[in-house]
Write a protein that binds this ligand. Structure first.
Ligand code: SAH
Ligand code: SF4
Ligand code: F3S
Length: 449
């Protein structure tokens, strides 16, 4: 037997998957596996998968095909598919790729050790039953040493007509404020400086927890959570994502304004700028309401950075309806916008509709929107020129080792000259000298005492 077995994890998809991968890596570390960068050197390969759009799913199959082939030369290779494709396909994945040892849905991430024990006992295992997510007692193997993700709510109870997430991530399950605080305190002890609180619909945090004030207000809201964790010493910055316009409140905006550690950056997807499309998507708000939210955020924090997601060419979207999305983007001026052409997903209502648009229209609208997005982002970047921004240093600039990189409070990637050994985790005032659409460069301003 070789001393210690090697593993590799490739992660697709969103921050939830990244956070799950870090926990699964932590479990493998504790099982006497060690990490390798190249999957072809590994004895255990785990793909943590995403199925949000068809191209995300197809990518998984092509990666998997290569490892399945490798298994024929190396029969002791353990092959694991975790995440959202695993949840969606379940047993069907085993039929498609019989070389697989383990298919496990996202709710089972914290059980990886049990599931592998079954695999090593000679079984082919499928774990996709909905479960009550067990509290995280693992020590995640985190990618960054500065900034960490902390799940606060799993799952999603919304029913957006295009979206697979509720189907694959299950119903909302909030962690208790105490568990979240304990994890953040541990992170602070390990030297982390920034925490991003995560949930697919983070505004739903606490809906499933007990606790109502004498006035009848729920006390376990995201706003309450921010107040509750804000004083943890050592954590300098707090962020959260993703916000839903349907539930975003003024009370939350005020908390972000009042609490100095909470960064002025909001990720609030709008999906479409047209009210009829929003209705067909079952989003539960109008474009007017979305604009009011952004106005309110900017009323309290005029410089707040705003990012969002949008879908073009949703079934039945007319040119005029698409223009309403363009208009919203033009009016609001996002710092960042993730755009995608609508992709029909199995098991979602919109996939069954007959008014699907053709690929040419999808590509054309996506290209037009992307062009507008980069123009607007470049305009938004201009406001940073000549300003001094607080940059929290995370790493070296991979393209220039004489530089370090970090992010502003508004989440803009920023580069400047300096040594990582000295600067990692520190927050440095940087005078911005160059602006690009999605990143900045500058010179550190050290106090001359
Ligand atoms: N919970 C978040 C988003 C989760 S999915 C929210 O409510 O906004 C991330 C993004 O993928 C979505 O915001 C949406 O823009 C995009 N997306 C989801 N399903 C899609 C589909 N079927 N086709 C194209 N894009 C999709
Ligand atoms: Fe999907 Fe809607 Fe839930 Fe976001 S809120 S994860 S888009 S169903
Ligand atoms: Fe993808 Fe699953 Fe996230 S489908 S976007 S990895 S919740």
């Amino acid at each position: 037997m070789t001393a210690s077995r090697r593993y590799h994890i490739t992660t697709f998809g969103c921050q939830m998957n990244k956070a799950d991968s870090e926990r699964m890596a932590g479990i493998l570390d504790s099982m006497d596996f060690h990490w390798v960068d190249d999957p072809n050197d590994a004895d255990l390969v785990l793909y943590n998968t995403c199925t949000i759009r068809d191209n995300a799913e197809q990518k998984v199959y092509s990666y998997l095909g290569r490892q399945a082939k490798r298994k024929h030369e190396k029969p002791d290779l353990t092959l694991v598919v975790a995440g959202c494709v695993a949840q969606q396909e379940g047993e069907a994945l085993l039929r498609r790729v019989p070389e697989l040892d383990l298919v496990m849905g996202p709710q089972h991430a914290n059980r990886l050790d049990d599931l592998l024990a079954q695999v090593f006992a000679g079984n082919q295992v499928v774990a996709t039953d909905p479960i009550h997510i067990i509290e995280d007692i693992t020590k995640p193997r985190r990618d960054s040493k500065v900034s960490a993700w902390v799940n606060v709510i799993y799952g999603c109870n919304e029913r957006c007509t295009y979206c697979v997430v509720p189907g694959v991530r299950g119903v909302e399950q909030s962690r208790t404020p105490e568990a979240i605080r304990a994890e953040m305190e541990e992170l602070a002890r390990q030297g982390y400086k920034e925490v991003t609180l995560l949930g697919q619909n983070i505004d739903a945090y606490g809906r499933d927890l007990p606790g109502v004030t004498p006035e009848g207000r729920r006390e376990n809201t995201l706003t309450d959570l921010l107040y509750y964790v804000h004083d943890i010493e050592g954590i300098d910055r707090i962020r959260f994502a993703t916000s839903h316009p349907r539930y975003f409140t003024e009370r939350l905006i005020k908390a972000c304004y009042e609490l100095p550690k909470v960064c002025e950056h909001f990720h609030i997807p709008f999906q479409s700028g047209d009210n009829d499309i929003l209705k067909a998507m079952s989003r539960g708000y109008t474009q007017e309401k979305y604009r009011r939210i952004i106005d309110l955020v900017r009323h309290y924090m005029p410089d707040a950075s705003i990012s969002a997601d949008a879908i073009v060419a949703f079934p039945g979207e007319t040119e005029a309806q698409f223009e309403n999305t363009m208009k919203l983007v033009d009016d609001i001026g996002f710092d960042l916008l993730n755009t995608a052409a609508y992709s029909p997903r199995p098991g979602t209502p919109a996939a069954e509709w007959e008014n699907q648009l053709d690929e040419t229209t999808k590509a054309d609208r996506l290209q037009r929107l992307n062009h507008l997005v980069s123009t607007k982002a470049a305009e938004r970047s201009q406001r940073y020129l000549g300003r001094v921004e607080e940059v929290m240093v995370e790493d070296v600039n991979p393209r220039d080792p004489s530089q370090v990189m970090g992010r502003t409070r508004g989440n803009r990637l920023t580069f400047f000259e300096g040594a990582i050994e000295e600067l990692k985790g520190k927050t440095i005032p940087v005078k911005i000298t160059t602006v690009r659409a999605f990143s900045l460069s500058g010179e550190p301003v050290y106090a001359t005492a």
